[in-house]
Ligand binder design. Sequence first.
Ligand code: DAK
Length: 260
Amino acid sequence: MAYENILLEKEDKVAILSVNRPKALNALNKETLLEINSIINEISADTEVEVLIITGAGDKAFVAGADIAFMQNLSAMEGREFGALGQKVFRMIELMEKPVIAAVNGFALGGGCELAMCCDFRIASTKAKFGQPEVGLGITPGFGGTQRLPRLVGSGMAKQLLYTADVIDANEALRVGLVNQVVEPEALLDTVKKIAKKIASKGQVAVRLSKAAANEGMQTDIDRAMTIEADVFGLCFATKDQREGMTAFLEKRKADFVGK
Ligand code: DAK
């Protein structure tokens, strides 16, 4: 299927979704969110794809936020609907069984920072800039920023960023734990593809169960979380990948996983 605001490529079990609205620095309007929604469904069902990378087309922006021109004259009910759509799509990305990595290549502001935060982790180029500028526009973040930022960087740092609308660079994002690694812009996509392909080479049932356990466990108390871990650990012993992984280790060869 062809998309107007998104480029989609697939390479060796890795899909790359690039938000592509150069005239608005890849800002998210309703159509773009609907296209991302449909791509997430497509990639979730695609048996050839094990890992998704989300990035921004061009060299200036990952995503410069929700589209301010689109939002300017929304009614309260339309604003609520737009916020709910973004929240739903971002939550789908977060809960997707397959891992999702954000390759942040430029401005990741407002909805762009929120898009990066719903991915499993973030790798940034030295040109990346992060922030939640919404209070400067007279609104609160609406796609999960007030909730995911404190969970990622801690309450104090998140509140400072939310209240001041300050924009931080990639090294500061690394320091506060918003990104895992900072690389030169030319190396960004190759670095992220390499990580994605490494993930794709492992046992995919175990990768996906690890994601589910980490996501679910972080929302609950440690005792319940340990039960979740014990359950997914047990489930692995019903898979061909567990037999193959352990047999390959003992036979001193590389495992040939089948994802079952
Ligand atoms: N929306 C629409 N257009 C945008 C845009 C955006 N977020 N960001 C940039 N553009 C457009 C600019 O208007 C400009 O268009 P033309 O004038 O060329 O037609 C073009 O992209 C290039 O931008 P600049 O000329 O401004 O480029 P600069 O390099 O000078 O500056 C910048 C880059 C990223 C610093 C600047 O563009 C900027 O400050 N952009 C806005 C960043 C921002 O404030 N983002 C947060 C948006 S608010 C909710 C739902 C959702 C949300 C909240 C609540 N509910 C329903 C509860 C989410 C809110 C947001 O994300």
